[in-house]
Design a protein. Structure first.
Length: 323
């Protein structure tokens, strides 16, 4: 009888241990969720994150707060999230910078493939090369010819080495065999403001944020960075068809969690974000700004995408100028 009670007791304890973590996961979320945007407010990552946060709050029944932590091309906020408790309550909103920065910046402070749990891609945005209207070069071909004749005189703005705009410009200059002057800012919004003001000649920026300035004739669109023309800018040629064959660079946005976040929570977040981004009104709102909703099939699929992106940027960083 005593032995039977001991066996039953062991079974009860074993069952409790097995069910406990599942119940804890099933209860997620029990408090507010924080989405860290490692960039200044006003950019596409910030805007999309706030739309997702609003939808997630309704979907998960808890408040979802967006916190901006700009600096060092997104490295500061990204490092903070890498060290956060992997419990699903701290997430990271990123763009290409997340993968590209470690390839270009020594001691970036994190590994994009080892220090984070992929959740999902959220959207992709064509980029556009825009210049201040006072810049006399109206085409990519003319710009390249001028830059070759005047090394280091063509200035471009970005939110720092390894940032989305910096990578697009770096890829452009290396393929064209030119040297340009990089002017760094804490955030892309500030860089764009200085291009509009004429302090900097040009910028590779997302269509979603440059679009209003293009329409108001405050910026001149020279070319888009995608392989085909952007739906929102049908009259603007691609860089490839404007004198630099083979050029292509597309920006993506995504959500990640710290490495070690339980898989059931990651799966729950993926499902919830996918549902939020499937709403027709939200998709139309983003589409109207040149942003295409693009959700990964699964966290694993997004992980594979990140691996390929890391290889791409590593290759660009190691490629000599003009190659």
């Amino acid at each position: 009888m005593i032995m039977r009670l001991r066996v039953l007791g062991a079974l009860v304890v074993g069952t409790a241990c097995a069910v406990g973590p599942l119940q804890a996961t099933a209860a997620y979320p029990e408090k507010s969720i924080r989405i860290v945007v490692p960039l200044a407010a006003g950019g596409t990552v910030d805007m999309v994150s706030r739309l997702i946060a609003k939808g997630l709050a309704e979907e998960l029944g808890q408040s979802v707060i967006v916190e901006n932590k700009p600096g060092a091309s997104g490295l500061i906020g990204t490092r903070d999230v890498a060290k956060a408790n992997p419990d699903g309550y701290t997430l990271l909103a990123v763009a290409n910078t997340f993968v590209s920065a470690p390839a270009f910046v020594p001691n970036a402070g994190y590994d994009p493939l080892k220090d984070f749990a992929p959740v999902t891609q959220t959207c992709q945005i064509p980029m556009v090369l825009v210049a201040n209207p006072s810049v006399p070069q109206h085409t990519v071909k003319a710009l390249i010819e001028y830059a070759r004749a005047h090394p280091g005189e063509v200035s471009f703005g970005s939110s720092g080495v390894g940032s989305t705009g910096y990578i697009a410009a770096e890829l452009f200059s290396r393929q064209a065999g030119i040297k340009m002057l990089s002017v760094s800012y804490k955030g892309n919004a500030q860089a764009l403001t200085d291009v509009v003001g004429g302090q900097v000649m040009m910028i590779f920026d997302q269509v979603s944020t440059s679009g209003p300035y293009i329409k108001a004739n405050k910026l001149r669109a020279l070319a888009v960075t995608t392989s085909t023309r952007a739906v929102s800018l049908p009259d603007v040629p691609t860089v490839a068809e404007s004198g630099l064959p083979g050029y292509e660079d597309v920006t993506f946005n995504a959500i990640l969690a710290p490495a070690g976040t339980p898989e059931p929570i990651v799966a729950q977040l993926h499902k919830a974000i996918a549902k939020v981004l499937s709403q027709p009104a939200l998709r139309d709102q983003l589409s109207g700004q040149g942003i295409e909703v693009k959700v990964s099939d699964s966290p694993e699929a997004f992980g594979s995408y990140l691996e390929q992106a890391a290889k791409k940027y590593s290759g660009i960083a190691q490629r000599p100028a003009g190659s």
